[in-house]
Design a protein around this ligand. Sequence first.
Ligand SMILES: *Cc1c(COP(=O)(O)O)cnc(C)c1O
Length: 518
Amino acid sequence: MSMNNQGRPTTAQNVGTSFQPFESFSGHQGLRLAEPLIFELDRADTTGVDVPEVDDFEMAIGGLARKTSIGCPGLPEPDAVRHYTRLSRLNYGIDMGVFPLGSCTMKHNPRLNEKMARLPGFGDIHPLQPISTVQGALALMGELSHWLMTITNMPAVALSPKAGAHGELCGVMAIRAAHEARGDGRKTILCPESAHGTNPATAAFCGYDVKSIPAKSNGRVDIDALKAALNETVAAVMITNPNTCGLFETEVKEIADAIHAAGAYFYCDGANFNAIMGKACPGDLGVDAMHFNLHKTFSTPHGGGGPGSGPVVFSDALKDFAPMPYVVKENDGSLNLKEWKADSADTSLGRLTAFHGQMGMYVRALTYMLSHGGDGLKQASEDAVLNANYIKASLMDVMSLSYEGPCMHEALFDDRFLKDTGVTTLDFAKAMIDEGYHPMTMYFPLVVHGAMLIEPTETESKFNLDQFIRSMRGLASTAKAGETERFEGAPYYAPRKRLDETQAARQPVLRYSNNQEA
Ligand SMILES: *Cc1c(COP(=O)(O)O)cnc(C)c1O
Protein backbone atom coordinates (compact mmCIF):
# COMPACT_ATOMS: atom_id res chain seq x y z
CA MET A 1 0.00 0.00 0.00
CA SER A 2 1.42 3.39 -0.87
CA MET A 3 1.55 6.03 1.83
CA ASN A 4 1.93 9.78 1.70
CA ASN A 5 4.61 11.50 3.75
CA GLN A 6 2.29 11.66 6.75
CA GLY A 7 1.92 7.88 6.68
CA ARG A 8 -1.62 8.00 5.34
CA PRO A 9 -2.75 5.55 2.62
CA THR A 10 -2.92 7.34 -0.72
CA THR A 11 -5.27 4.89 -2.42
CA ALA A 12 -8.71 3.85 -1.25
CA GLN A 13 -8.90 0.43 0.33
CA ASN A 14 -10.95 -1.76 -1.92
CA VAL A 15 -12.49 -4.65 -0.06
CA GLY A 16 -13.36 -6.38 -3.33
CA THR A 17 -16.62 -7.83 -4.46
CA SER A 18 -16.03 -11.25 -2.91
CA PHE A 19 -16.04 -9.76 0.59
CA GLN A 20 -19.01 -10.89 2.61
CA PRO A 21 -19.57 -8.77 5.69
CA PHE A 22 -19.95 -10.94 8.79
CA GLU A 23 -22.48 -10.40 11.52
CA SER A 24 -20.78 -8.65 14.40
CA PHE A 25 -21.26 -9.94 17.94
CA SER A 26 -22.62 -6.56 19.01
CA GLY A 27 -25.05 -5.99 16.15
CA HIS A 28 -23.10 -2.80 15.30
CA GLN A 29 -21.36 -2.30 11.96
CA GLY A 30 -17.97 -0.79 12.48
CA LEU A 31 -18.35 2.59 14.10
CA ARG A 32 -21.90 2.86 12.85
CA LEU A 33 -23.89 1.71 15.82
CA ALA A 34 -27.25 -0.01 15.63
CA GLU A 35 -29.88 2.11 17.29
CA PRO A 36 -33.07 0.81 18.88
CA LEU A 37 -35.98 3.00 19.91
CA ILE A 38 -35.44 4.91 23.11
CA PHE A 39 -38.28 2.88 24.65
CA GLU A 40 -36.38 -0.29 23.90
CA LEU A 41 -33.43 1.16 25.81
CA ASP A 42 -35.68 1.72 28.82
CA ARG A 43 -34.38 0.28 32.05
CA ALA A 44 -37.00 0.50 34.76
CA ASP A 45 -34.41 0.75 37.52
CA THR A 46 -32.63 3.83 36.29
CA THR A 47 -33.18 7.48 35.55
CA GLY A 48 -31.18 10.50 34.56
CA VAL A 49 -32.50 12.48 37.50
CA ASP A 50 -31.66 11.78 41.16
CA VAL A 51 -34.38 12.96 43.48
CA PRO A 52 -33.92 12.18 47.16
CA GLU A 53 -36.50 9.88 48.70
CA VAL A 54 -39.15 11.91 50.47
CA ASP A 55 -40.39 11.16 53.95
CA ASP A 56 -43.95 10.04 54.35
CA PHE A 57 -46.32 12.81 53.38
CA GLU A 58 -49.96 13.27 52.70
CA MET A 59 -51.03 13.78 49.10
CA ALA A 60 -52.98 16.99 48.66
CA ILE A 61 -54.60 15.89 45.38
CA GLY A 62 -57.18 13.53 46.84
CA GLY A 63 -57.69 10.38 44.83
CA LEU A 64 -56.27 11.85 41.61
CA ALA A 65 -52.71 10.49 41.82
CA ARG A 66 -51.62 8.23 38.93
CA LYS A 67 -51.82 4.58 39.72
CA THR A 68 -49.69 3.37 36.82
CA SER A 69 -46.31 4.37 35.48
CA ILE A 70 -46.21 7.31 33.07
CA GLY A 71 -44.26 5.22 30.55
CA CYS A 72 -41.26 7.49 30.08
CA PRO A 73 -38.13 5.51 29.30
CA GLY A 74 -35.60 5.38 32.14
CA LEU A 75 -32.08 6.09 30.91
CA PRO A 76 -28.97 7.48 32.56
CA GLU A 77 -28.02 10.83 31.04
CA PRO A 78 -24.97 9.56 29.10
CA ASP A 79 -27.12 6.92 27.40
CA ALA A 80 -29.81 9.45 26.53
CA VAL A 81 -27.13 11.70 24.99
CA ARG A 82 -25.67 8.77 23.05
CA HIS A 83 -29.09 7.75 21.75
CA TYR A 84 -29.77 11.13 20.17
CA THR A 85 -26.21 11.55 18.96
CA ARG A 86 -26.33 8.17 17.24
CA LEU A 87 -29.66 9.02 15.65
CA SER A 88 -28.26 12.32 14.40
CA ARG A 89 -25.49 10.37 12.64
CA LEU A 90 -28.07 8.42 10.66
CA ASN A 91 -29.38 11.68 9.28
CA TYR A 92 -28.32 12.95 5.89
CA GLY A 93 -28.35 16.70 5.36
CA ILE A 94 -26.88 19.46 3.28
CA ASP A 95 -24.08 19.82 5.84
CA MET A 96 -23.13 16.19 5.16
CA GLY A 97 -22.93 16.01 1.39
CA VAL A 98 -24.44 16.83 -1.98
CA PHE A 99 -28.24 16.98 -1.66
CA PRO A 100 -29.65 17.27 -5.19
CA LEU A 101 -33.34 17.15 -4.27
CA GLY A 102 -35.18 18.91 -7.09
CA SER A 103 -37.93 21.44 -6.36
CA CYS A 104 -36.77 21.58 -2.73
CA THR A 105 -33.81 23.95 -3.10
CA MET A 106 -31.57 22.58 -0.38
CA LYS A 107 -29.38 25.63 0.24
CA HIS A 108 -26.23 25.98 2.22
CA ASN A 109 -27.19 27.57 5.53
CA PRO A 110 -24.56 30.16 6.41
CA ARG A 111 -23.58 29.96 10.08
CA LEU A 112 -24.03 33.71 10.34
CA ASN A 113 -27.81 33.17 9.99
CA GLU A 114 -27.82 30.78 12.93
CA LYS A 115 -25.80 33.19 15.02
CA MET A 116 -28.24 36.02 14.33
CA ALA A 117 -31.31 33.86 14.99
CA ARG A 118 -29.87 32.91 18.37
CA LEU A 119 -29.30 36.48 19.54
CA PRO A 120 -31.26 36.65 22.80
CA GLY A 121 -33.27 39.64 21.55
CA PHE A 122 -34.67 37.43 18.78
CA GLY A 123 -34.35 33.93 20.19
CA ASP A 124 -35.73 34.49 23.68
CA ILE A 125 -38.69 36.77 23.07
CA HIS A 126 -42.30 35.68 23.43
CA PRO A 127 -45.25 36.66 21.25
CA LEU A 128 -47.26 37.78 24.27
CA GLN A 129 -44.64 40.30 25.42
CA PRO A 130 -45.77 43.93 25.49
CA ILE A 131 -45.28 45.52 22.06
CA SER A 132 -43.00 48.18 23.53
CA THR A 133 -40.45 45.44 24.44
CA VAL A 134 -40.25 43.87 20.96
CA GLN A 135 -39.67 46.94 18.80
CA GLY A 136 -36.47 45.44 17.34
CA ALA A 137 -38.27 42.28 16.24
CA LEU A 138 -41.02 44.33 14.60
CA ALA A 139 -38.40 46.49 12.86
CA LEU A 140 -36.83 43.31 11.49
CA MET A 141 -40.20 42.10 10.20
CA GLY A 142 -40.77 45.50 8.61
CA GLU A 143 -37.37 45.44 6.93
CA LEU A 144 -37.83 41.89 5.68
CA SER A 145 -41.22 42.90 4.25
CA HIS A 146 -39.60 45.84 2.51
CA TRP A 147 -36.96 43.68 0.80
CA LEU A 148 -39.46 40.97 -0.18
CA MET A 149 -41.59 43.62 -1.87
CA THR A 150 -38.52 45.21 -3.48
CA ILE A 151 -37.11 41.97 -4.90
CA THR A 152 -40.51 41.12 -6.43
CA ASN A 153 -41.67 44.66 -7.30
CA MET A 154 -44.97 44.00 -5.55
CA PRO A 155 -46.79 46.52 -3.29
CA ALA A 156 -47.79 44.32 -0.32
CA VAL A 157 -46.67 41.27 1.59
CA ALA A 158 -48.11 38.97 4.26
CA LEU A 159 -45.39 37.38 6.36
CA SER A 160 -47.38 35.02 8.54
CA PRO A 161 -47.96 31.87 6.40
CA LYS A 162 -45.85 29.06 7.76
CA ALA A 163 -44.90 27.11 4.62
CA GLY A 164 -45.20 27.24 0.85
CA ALA A 165 -48.47 25.33 0.93
CA HIS A 166 -49.78 27.67 3.62
CA GLY A 167 -48.79 30.64 1.45
CA GLU A 168 -50.78 29.15 -1.41
CA LEU A 169 -53.76 28.90 0.91
CA CYS A 170 -53.25 32.54 1.90
CA GLY A 171 -53.07 33.66 -1.74
CA VAL A 172 -56.08 31.68 -2.90
CA MET A 173 -58.12 32.87 0.12
CA ALA A 174 -57.27 36.45 -0.85
CA ILE A 175 -58.33 35.72 -4.43
CA ARG A 176 -61.61 34.24 -3.20
CA ALA A 177 -62.18 37.26 -0.95
CA ALA A 178 -61.56 39.62 -3.88
CA HIS A 179 -64.09 37.83 -6.10
CA GLU A 180 -66.63 37.62 -3.27
CA ALA A 181 -66.27 41.34 -2.58
CA ARG A 182 -67.61 41.89 -6.10
CA GLY A 183 -70.33 39.30 -5.63
CA ASP A 184 -68.58 37.07 -8.15
CA GLY A 185 -68.95 33.38 -7.32
CA ARG A 186 -66.35 31.89 -9.69
CA LYS A 187 -65.88 28.17 -9.09
CA THR A 188 -62.79 26.96 -10.98
CA ILE A 189 -59.02 27.17 -10.68
CA LEU A 190 -56.73 26.09 -13.49
CA CYS A 191 -53.41 24.32 -12.74
CA PRO A 192 -50.86 22.98 -15.23
CA GLU A 193 -50.26 19.22 -15.27
CA SER A 194 -46.75 19.72 -13.96
CA ALA A 195 -47.95 21.58 -10.84
CA HIS A 196 -46.73 20.63 -7.39
CA GLY A 197 -49.44 18.64 -5.63
CA THR A 198 -50.00 21.46 -3.16
CA ASN A 199 -51.44 23.70 -5.93
CA PRO A 200 -54.52 21.62 -6.80
CA ALA A 201 -54.82 20.59 -3.14
CA THR A 202 -54.97 24.25 -2.07
CA ALA A 203 -57.55 25.09 -4.73
CA ALA A 204 -59.72 22.13 -3.71
CA PHE A 205 -59.29 22.99 -0.01
CA CYS A 206 -60.67 26.46 -0.75
CA GLY A 207 -63.72 24.89 -2.42
CA TYR A 208 -62.72 25.27 -6.06
CA ASP A 209 -63.00 22.75 -8.87
CA VAL A 210 -59.57 22.11 -10.32
CA LYS A 211 -59.01 21.87 -14.03
CA SER A 212 -55.72 20.64 -15.42
CA ILE A 213 -53.90 22.40 -18.27
CA PRO A 214 -51.58 20.26 -20.42
CA ALA A 215 -47.93 20.98 -21.15
CA LYS A 216 -46.43 21.49 -24.58
CA SER A 217 -43.65 19.27 -25.91
CA ASN A 218 -41.13 21.92 -24.79
CA GLY A 219 -42.18 21.52 -21.15
CA ARG A 220 -44.08 24.83 -20.92
CA VAL A 221 -47.76 25.48 -20.31
CA ASP A 222 -49.84 25.00 -23.44
CA ILE A 223 -51.00 28.61 -23.78
CA ASP A 224 -53.68 27.80 -26.39
CA ALA A 225 -55.20 25.17 -24.11
CA LEU A 226 -55.02 27.67 -21.25
CA LYS A 227 -56.78 30.37 -23.27
CA ALA A 228 -59.44 27.89 -24.36
CA ALA A 229 -60.12 26.96 -20.72
CA LEU A 230 -60.38 30.57 -19.51
CA ASN A 231 -63.89 31.92 -19.05
CA GLU A 232 -66.06 33.81 -16.54
CA THR A 233 -66.15 30.79 -14.16
CA VAL A 234 -62.37 30.75 -13.67
CA ALA A 235 -61.26 32.43 -10.44
CA ALA A 236 -57.53 32.00 -10.84
CA VAL A 237 -54.71 30.23 -12.62
CA MET A 238 -51.88 28.82 -10.51
CA ILE A 239 -48.59 28.65 -12.37
CA THR A 240 -45.12 27.85 -11.08
CA ASN A 241 -42.37 29.94 -12.63
CA PRO A 242 -39.69 28.75 -13.20
CA ASN A 243 -41.84 25.65 -13.53
CA THR A 244 -41.35 22.24 -11.99
CA CYS A 245 -39.59 20.98 -15.14
CA GLY A 246 -36.87 23.52 -14.31
CA LEU A 247 -37.88 25.78 -17.22
CA PHE A 248 -38.81 29.44 -17.37
CA GLU A 249 -42.33 30.03 -18.67
CA THR A 250 -41.28 32.25 -21.57
CA GLU A 251 -44.86 33.23 -22.43
CA VAL A 252 -45.67 34.29 -18.90
CA LYS A 253 -46.68 37.85 -19.80
CA GLU A 254 -49.08 36.72 -22.48
CA ILE A 255 -50.45 34.19 -19.99
CA ALA A 256 -50.94 36.95 -17.39
CA ASP A 257 -52.75 39.17 -19.91
CA ALA A 258 -55.08 36.35 -20.92
CA ILE A 259 -55.84 35.57 -17.25
CA HIS A 260 -56.65 39.22 -16.48
CA ALA A 261 -58.73 39.62 -19.61
CA ALA A 262 -60.92 36.79 -18.34
CA GLY A 263 -61.36 38.58 -14.99
CA ALA A 264 -59.27 35.96 -13.15
CA TYR A 265 -56.17 36.33 -10.96
CA PHE A 266 -52.68 35.01 -11.59
CA TYR A 267 -51.31 33.02 -8.65
CA CYS A 268 -47.61 32.27 -9.05
CA ASP A 269 -46.04 29.43 -7.08
CA GLY A 270 -42.72 31.04 -6.19
CA ALA A 271 -41.02 27.95 -4.74
CA ASN A 272 -38.42 28.19 -7.50
CA PHE A 273 -37.61 31.86 -6.92
CA ASN A 274 -34.01 30.85 -6.18
CA ALA A 275 -33.43 30.70 -9.94
CA ILE A 276 -34.58 34.26 -10.71
CA MET A 277 -33.75 36.42 -7.65
CA GLY A 278 -32.53 39.77 -8.87
CA LYS A 279 -33.19 38.73 -12.47
CA ALA A 280 -36.97 38.83 -12.95
CA CYS A 281 -39.71 40.43 -10.83
CA PRO A 282 -43.14 38.81 -10.54
CA GLY A 283 -44.55 42.34 -10.30
CA ASP A 284 -43.33 42.97 -13.86
CA LEU A 285 -44.81 39.71 -15.13
CA GLY A 286 -48.43 40.38 -14.15
CA VAL A 287 -48.51 38.19 -11.04
CA ASP A 288 -51.29 38.96 -8.50
CA ALA A 289 -50.08 36.79 -5.63
CA MET A 290 -46.94 34.74 -5.10
CA HIS A 291 -45.58 32.86 -2.12
CA PHE A 292 -41.92 32.54 -1.31
CA ASN A 293 -40.54 29.53 0.42
CA LEU A 294 -38.16 31.46 2.64
CA HIS A 295 -36.70 28.09 3.66
CA LYS A 296 -35.84 27.30 0.06
CA THR A 297 -34.82 30.63 -1.41
CA PHE A 298 -33.29 32.44 1.56
CA SER A 299 -31.81 29.45 3.45
CA THR A 300 -32.81 27.89 6.80
CA PRO A 301 -32.34 24.19 7.41
CA HIS A 302 -35.53 22.46 6.30
CA GLY A 303 -36.81 19.00 5.65
CA GLY A 304 -38.86 16.43 7.47
CA GLY A 305 -41.78 18.84 7.56
CA GLY A 306 -40.30 21.97 8.96
CA PRO A 307 -39.64 24.62 9.82
CA GLY A 308 -41.04 26.57 6.92
CA SER A 309 -42.10 30.10 6.16
CA GLY A 310 -44.18 31.12 3.16
CA PRO A 311 -44.71 34.89 2.92
CA VAL A 312 -47.02 36.02 0.11
CA VAL A 313 -46.63 39.16 -1.99
CA PHE A 314 -49.74 40.77 -3.47
CA SER A 315 -50.54 43.05 -6.40
CA ASP A 316 -52.58 46.24 -6.04
CA ALA A 317 -55.69 44.28 -7.01
CA LEU A 318 -55.37 41.94 -4.03
CA LYS A 319 -53.50 43.88 -1.38
CA ASP A 320 -56.58 45.01 0.55
CA PHE A 321 -57.52 41.37 1.11
CA ALA A 322 -54.17 40.38 2.64
CA PRO A 323 -54.32 38.67 6.02
CA MET A 324 -53.33 40.09 9.38
CA PRO A 325 -51.18 40.68 11.30
CA TYR A 326 -48.82 43.19 9.74
CA VAL A 327 -46.37 45.75 11.06
CA VAL A 328 -47.37 49.43 10.99
CA LYS A 329 -45.63 52.59 12.09
CA GLU A 330 -47.67 54.68 14.55
CA ASN A 331 -47.72 58.48 14.55
CA ASP A 332 -45.23 58.60 17.43
CA GLY A 333 -42.75 56.57 15.37
CA SER A 334 -43.17 53.34 17.35
CA LEU A 335 -43.97 50.06 15.60
CA ASN A 336 -47.14 48.11 16.15
CA LEU A 337 -48.68 44.91 14.92
CA LYS A 338 -52.11 45.30 13.36
CA GLU A 339 -53.77 42.17 14.61
CA TRP A 340 -57.51 42.68 14.68
CA LYS A 341 -60.01 43.12 11.91
CA ALA A 342 -61.47 46.16 13.62
CA ASP A 343 -58.06 47.87 13.16
CA SER A 344 -57.64 47.16 9.49
CA ALA A 345 -59.22 47.60 6.09
CA ASP A 346 -62.34 45.53 6.66
CA THR A 347 -61.72 43.57 3.47
CA SER A 348 -58.74 41.71 5.05
CA LEU A 349 -59.32 37.99 5.05
CA GLY A 350 -58.43 37.83 8.76
CA ARG A 351 -55.79 35.74 10.48
CA LEU A 352 -54.14 32.55 9.24
CA THR A 353 -51.95 31.78 12.22
CA ALA A 354 -51.74 32.36 15.91
CA PHE A 355 -49.36 35.26 16.48
CA HIS A 356 -47.10 36.55 13.72
CA GLY A 357 -45.36 33.58 12.01
CA GLN A 358 -41.85 32.10 12.14
CA MET A 359 -39.61 34.71 13.76
CA GLY A 360 -36.45 32.57 13.57
CA MET A 361 -36.86 32.23 9.84
CA TYR A 362 -37.44 35.94 9.35
CA VAL A 363 -34.10 36.56 11.04
CA ARG A 364 -32.32 33.97 8.89
CA ALA A 365 -33.90 35.20 5.65
CA LEU A 366 -33.07 38.85 6.31
CA THR A 367 -29.52 37.93 7.37
CA TYR A 368 -29.13 35.98 4.14
CA MET A 369 -30.40 38.92 2.08
CA LEU A 370 -28.32 41.57 3.81
CA SER A 371 -25.11 39.54 3.86
CA HIS A 372 -25.46 38.82 0.12
CA GLY A 373 -26.70 42.21 -0.99
CA GLY A 374 -28.53 42.71 -4.27
CA ASP A 375 -25.53 41.66 -6.36
CA GLY A 376 -24.89 38.62 -4.19
CA LEU A 377 -28.48 37.39 -4.47
CA LYS A 378 -28.31 37.80 -8.21
CA GLN A 379 -25.09 35.81 -8.27
CA ALA A 380 -26.63 33.06 -6.11
CA SER A 381 -29.33 32.72 -8.78
CA GLU A 382 -26.77 32.68 -11.56
CA ASP A 383 -24.69 30.05 -9.77
CA ALA A 384 -27.77 27.89 -9.18
CA VAL A 385 -28.57 28.01 -12.89
CA LEU A 386 -24.94 27.44 -13.88
CA ASN A 387 -24.57 24.39 -11.62
CA ALA A 388 -27.77 22.82 -12.92
CA ASN A 389 -26.76 23.38 -16.53
CA TYR A 390 -23.31 21.90 -15.83
CA ILE A 391 -24.99 18.76 -14.50
CA LYS A 392 -27.40 18.70 -17.40
CA ALA A 393 -24.61 19.04 -19.97
CA SER A 394 -22.46 16.43 -18.20
CA LEU A 395 -25.17 13.78 -18.02
CA MET A 396 -27.28 14.28 -21.12
CA ASP A 397 -25.29 11.80 -23.22
CA VAL A 398 -25.82 8.94 -20.75
CA MET A 399 -29.20 9.80 -19.22
CA SER A 400 -32.31 10.96 -21.07
CA LEU A 401 -32.95 14.66 -20.83
CA SER A 402 -36.68 15.40 -20.87
CA TYR A 403 -36.58 18.78 -22.60
CA GLU A 404 -34.09 20.34 -24.96
CA GLY A 405 -32.29 23.57 -24.24
CA PRO A 406 -30.88 25.24 -21.16
CA CYS A 407 -32.61 24.71 -17.82
CA MET A 408 -32.98 27.02 -14.85
CA HIS A 409 -31.86 25.79 -11.40
CA GLU A 410 -32.77 22.12 -11.86
CA ALA A 411 -32.32 19.55 -14.61
CA LEU A 412 -35.09 17.11 -15.47
CA PHE A 413 -34.31 13.61 -16.71
CA ASP A 414 -36.65 10.69 -17.25
CA ASP A 415 -36.27 6.90 -17.37
CA ARG A 416 -36.02 6.34 -21.14
CA PHE A 417 -32.29 5.58 -20.75
CA LEU A 418 -33.20 2.70 -18.44
CA LYS A 419 -35.56 1.12 -20.97
CA ASP A 420 -35.16 -2.68 -21.09
CA THR A 421 -32.49 -2.66 -18.37
CA GLY A 422 -34.88 -3.86 -15.65
CA VAL A 423 -33.68 -0.92 -13.52
CA THR A 424 -36.31 1.61 -12.47
CA THR A 425 -36.04 5.20 -11.34
CA LEU A 426 -36.54 3.96 -7.78
CA ASP A 427 -33.69 1.42 -8.10
CA PHE A 428 -31.44 4.11 -9.52
CA ALA A 429 -32.25 6.44 -6.64
CA LYS A 430 -31.51 3.71 -4.09
CA ALA A 431 -28.17 3.00 -5.74
CA MET A 432 -27.31 6.69 -5.33
CA ILE A 433 -27.58 6.17 -1.57
CA ASP A 434 -24.82 3.56 -1.81
CA GLU A 435 -22.76 6.20 -3.60
CA GLY A 436 -23.19 8.52 -0.63
CA TYR A 437 -25.77 10.84 -2.18
CA HIS A 438 -29.25 11.75 -1.15
CA PRO A 439 -31.34 10.80 -4.20
CA MET A 440 -32.73 13.42 -6.52
CA THR A 441 -36.49 14.02 -6.56
CA MET A 442 -38.09 11.08 -8.32
CA TYR A 443 -41.40 10.53 -10.10
CA PHE A 444 -42.11 14.28 -9.96
CA PRO A 445 -43.13 16.19 -12.01
CA LEU A 446 -45.74 13.80 -13.38
CA VAL A 447 -45.47 15.06 -16.97
CA VAL A 448 -42.56 12.75 -17.81
CA HIS A 449 -42.19 9.03 -17.14
CA GLY A 450 -39.98 8.01 -14.21
CA ALA A 451 -38.87 11.60 -13.57
CA MET A 452 -35.48 12.36 -12.02
CA LEU A 453 -35.29 16.02 -11.03
CA ILE A 454 -31.79 17.11 -10.05
CA GLU A 455 -31.19 20.43 -8.31
CA PRO A 456 -27.62 21.04 -7.21
CA THR A 457 -27.03 23.60 -4.48
CA GLU A 458 -25.50 26.78 -5.92
CA THR A 459 -22.64 26.72 -3.41
CA GLU A 460 -21.51 23.26 -4.60
CA SER A 461 -17.93 23.40 -5.92
CA LYS A 462 -16.92 22.05 -9.31
CA PHE A 463 -14.97 19.36 -7.47
CA ASN A 464 -18.12 18.15 -5.71
CA LEU A 465 -20.22 18.36 -8.85
CA ASP A 466 -17.64 16.37 -10.83
CA GLN A 467 -17.59 13.66 -8.19
CA PHE A 468 -21.39 13.50 -8.27
CA ILE A 469 -21.40 13.40 -12.07
CA ARG A 470 -18.85 10.54 -12.05
CA SER A 471 -21.15 8.53 -9.79
CA MET A 472 -24.21 9.21 -11.90
CA ARG A 473 -22.38 8.31 -15.12
CA GLY A 474 -21.05 5.17 -13.47
CA LEU A 475 -24.52 4.12 -12.37
CA ALA A 476 -26.04 4.88 -15.77
CA SER A 477 -23.46 2.80 -17.65
CA THR A 478 -23.66 -0.04 -15.11
CA ALA A 479 -27.41 -0.20 -15.60
CA LYS A 480 -27.08 -0.16 -19.38
CA ALA A 481 -24.41 -2.88 -19.22
CA GLY A 482 -26.97 -5.14 -17.58
CA GLU A 483 -25.22 -5.24 -14.20
CA THR A 484 -28.47 -4.96 -12.34
CA GLU A 485 -27.30 -6.56 -9.09
CA ARG A 486 -26.00 -3.20 -7.95
CA PHE A 487 -29.55 -1.86 -8.17
CA GLU A 488 -31.77 -4.77 -7.16
CA GLY A 489 -30.97 -4.77 -3.47
CA ALA A 490 -29.77 -1.19 -3.17
CA PRO A 491 -29.13 0.46 -0.83
CA TYR A 492 -26.64 -2.15 0.40
CA TYR A 493 -24.73 0.20 2.66
CA ALA A 494 -27.59 2.06 4.34
CA PRO A 495 -28.64 1.22 7.90
CA ARG A 496 -32.08 0.26 6.60
CA LYS A 497 -32.58 -1.37 3.19
CA ARG A 498 -35.69 -1.31 1.02
CA LEU A 499 -38.61 -0.35 3.17
CA ASP A 500 -42.22 -0.75 2.20
CA GLU A 501 -42.66 2.96 1.66
CA THR A 502 -46.28 2.64 0.57
CA GLN A 503 -47.27 0.81 3.72
CA ALA A 504 -45.23 3.22 5.82
CA ALA A 505 -47.15 6.14 4.30
CA ARG A 506 -50.58 4.51 4.40
CA GLN A 507 -50.37 2.74 7.75
CA PRO A 508 -47.77 4.58 9.77
CA VAL A 509 -47.09 3.09 13.20
CA LEU A 510 -46.62 6.14 15.34
CA ARG A 511 -47.22 4.65 18.76
CA TYR A 512 -44.86 2.43 20.67
CA SER A 513 -46.41 -0.44 22.50
CA ASN A 514 -44.60 -2.68 24.93
CA ASN A 515 -46.46 -5.74 23.79
CA GLN A 516 -45.80 -4.87 20.11
CA GLU A 517 -49.39 -5.62 19.15
CA ALA A 518 -50.93 -2.19 18.68
C1 LIG B 1 -41.81 23.02 -1.99
C2 LIG B 1 -42.84 23.39 -2.94
C3 LIG B 1 -44.14 23.74 -2.52
C4 LIG B 1 -44.63 23.60 -1.11
O1 LIG B 1 -43.86 24.25 -0.16
P1 LIG B 1 -43.83 23.78 1.38
O2 LIG B 1 -43.04 24.83 2.05
O3 LIG B 1 -43.20 22.43 1.38
O4 LIG B 1 -45.25 23.72 1.85
C5 LIG B 1 -45.03 24.17 -3.48
N1 LIG B 1 -44.69 24.23 -4.79
C6 LIG B 1 -43.45 23.88 -5.22
C7 LIG B 1 -43.14 23.98 -6.68
C8 LIG B 1 -42.49 23.43 -4.32
O5 LIG B 1 -41.27 23.08 -4.75
